[in-house]
Ligand binder design. Structure first.
Ligand SMILES: Cc1ncc(COP(=O)(O)O)c(C=O)c1O
Length: 398
C-alpha cells in the first residue's frame, strides 16, 4: 500500500510523510490484522496504550454495559456518575494518601497542562523546571516543558519562565529555588530513549522541592500502569510526587488523562477563581468504565510483577547481538540503542515487513523502542526476541 500522503488524500491531517500504512481490519490480544489477513505483532502497544493487549474481554464487557446505561450527560464535575467514582476510588486504593484525588481529562498532554496550572495555583509562583529530553505533550503548555528544542522552535513564543536541567546532574538541583512552582519530570524518561533516574537523584530532587516548597510532578503518562514493572514507576524509588499525571494505558484503549494530587490541592480549583480548570468531556462515563475495568483486570493478575522477568529475558536475548550497543529498560519499557539512526531505520522497516511493529523515539535517533502488551507470555516474548535477532543478522550482513 502506498502510504505517502494517504491521510491527506482522505481528507485527514497527517503529521509525517512516512506512515507505516497498515490498513487495520481488527485487533485481538497481541495482534493487529490488516485487510489482507496479514498479522502484525504489536510490540509497542500503540505507543504505550494497549498494555492489556487488544479487545480485552473485561474491558469490552464494561464498555458495552456502560453504552447501554448512559454516555455523556453533563460536563466534568457537575453530576454524580458511577463510572467516574469507581475509577477514582480504585486509583486511590493503589496510591499513597497524598495522591487521593483524581481529575480525569482526555489525554496525557491535558493532564500535564492541568498539573502546571494546579502547581501555580497552589504555590502562587510561576517558574517551572523541566528536563532536557523530556516529552510531556504537544499542546502549548506541555510543549513548553518538553525538552526537544527543534520541535518547539516554530511554535514560539511558548510559556515564559521555564528552565531546563539534566537528569542525574546533582549540581543543577539548586536551580530549583523559592521562585519555582513546580518541577515536572517523567519518572522514567520515555521519548528521550528510556533514561532512568538514579535512586539518589530522585531522592535529592524530592528533598530540594521540599526545601523550597516547589511541587514535584511525576509524569507517568507512559511509565505508569505497570509498564515499568511496578504499577506506578515511582514505586521503584519510594519517592512520592505531589502531583501524578497519567494517560495512555490508563484508558485500556480509550482516550483518558488523569491529574492526581491531594484533596486539599485539588480543592483550590473550586475558588479564586471558581472553575479553575474545566473540560467538557473529562471523566467521560464510557472511558471511565473502560479504564476502571482495565485497571481492575490488571490488579487481578500478576502481569505487573511478571513484566520484570519478561523484561530481563528480552534484554538477555537482545544484548547478546553485536549490533546492540546498549539496552536501557525497566519492566517492559525498552530502548535498544544501535550504532546509527540509519541502522535503526532498517531494523524498524524490516521488522514491519516481517509483521513486527516496533517504533522510533522522538528524541533518541539511535535507538528503537519496544513496549509490548504486558499480556505477552514468556514463550511469545522469547519467540519475538529470536525473530528480532534474525532481523539483526540480516541487517548486519546486508
Ligand atoms: C511521558 C509522556 N507525557 C505526556 C504525553 C502526551 O500524552 P498524549 O499524547 O496523550 O497527549 C506522552 C505521549 O507520548 C508521554 O509519553
Amino acid at each position: 500500500m502506498d502510504s505517502s500522503n494517504f491521510y491527506l488524500k482522505n481528507n485527514l491531517a497527517q503529521t509525517n510523510p512516512y506512515m507505516m500504512g497498515i490498513d487495520v481490519d481488527y485487533a485481538k490480544g497481541l495482534y493487529i490484522y490488516d485487510k489482507n489477513g496479514k498479522r502484525y505483532t504489536d510490540l509497542i502497544s500503540g505507543l504505550g496504550v494497549s498494555a492489556l493487549g487488544h479487545a480485552n474481554k473485561a474491558v469490552n464487557d464494561a464498555l458495552k454495559a456502560q453504552i447501554d446505561r448512559h454516555l455523556h450527560v453533563m460536563v466534568y464535575g457537575e453530576f454524580r456518575q458511577d463510572a467516574q467514582i469507581q475509577l477514582g476510588n480504585l486509583l486511590a486504593s493503589t496510591l499513597p494518601e497524598k495522591l487521593n484525588t483524581s481529575y480525569f481529562v482526555n489525554s496525557g498532554t491535558e493532564a500535564n497542562e492541568a498539573a502546571l496550572k494546579l502547581a501555580k495555583r497552589v504555590t502562587g509562583r510561576q517558574r517551572i523546571i523541566s528536563f532536557r529530553g523530556a516529552y510531556h505533550g504537544s499542546t502549548h503548555g506541555s510543549l513548553s516543558v518538553s525538552g526537544n528544542e527543534t520541535k518547539k522552535q516554530p511554535f514560539q513564543p511558548l510559556l515564559p519562565q521555564i528552565n531546563f536541567i539534566h537528569l542525574n546532574r546533582y549540581e543543577e538541583l539548586p536551580t530549583i529555588d523559592f521562585t519555582c512552582a513546580a518541577v515536572i519530570v517523567e519518572t522514567i524518561q520515555g521519548d528521550a530513549g528510556i533514561r532512568i533516574p538514579e535512586q539518589k537523584y530522585l531522592e535529592a530532587l524530592r528533598a530540594q522541592c521540599d526545601r523550597v516548597g516547589a511541587m514535584l510532578i511525576f509524569d507517568e503518562v507512559q511509565a505508569g500502569m505497570g509498564r515499568a514493572g511496578t504499577l506506578w514507576a515511582f514505586e521503584h524509588y519510594n519517592v512520592v510526587p505531589d502531583i501524578l499525571t497519567l494517560g495512555k494505558a490508563l484508558g485500556a484503549g480509550l482516550p483518558i488523562g488523569a491529574l492526581i494530587s491531594a484533596r486539599e490541592n485539588m480543592e483550590q480549583f473550586t475558588y479564586d477563581p471558581i472553575l479553575g480548570h474545566i473540560t467538557t468531556f473529562g471523566g467521560h462515563p464510557l472511558i471511565c468504565a473502560g479504564a476502571h475495568a482495565g485497571l481492575k483486570y490488571l490488579l487481578s493478575t500478576n502481569l505487573v510483577a511478571e513484566a520484570n522477568e519478561k523484561g530481563q529475558l528480552l534484554h538477555d536475548i537482545l544484548i547478546a547481538h553485536p549490533l546492540v550497543k546498549e539496552i536501557r529498560f525497566r519492566g517492559l519499557y525498552f530502548a535498544i540503542e544501535l550504532e546509527t539512526a540509519d541502522i535503526v531505520q532498517k531494523i524498524v522497516e524490516r521488522c514491519l515487513e516481517k509483521g513486527l511493529v516496533t517504533f522510533w523515539f522522538l528524541s533518541c535517533p539511535n535507538a528503537f523502542r519496544l513496549a509490548p502488551p504486558l499480556v505477552i507470555t514468556l514463550e511469545e516474548l522469547r519467540a519475538v526476541a529470536l525473530e528480532i535477532i534474525e532481523i539483526f543478522d540480516e541487517v548486519a550482513n546486508s
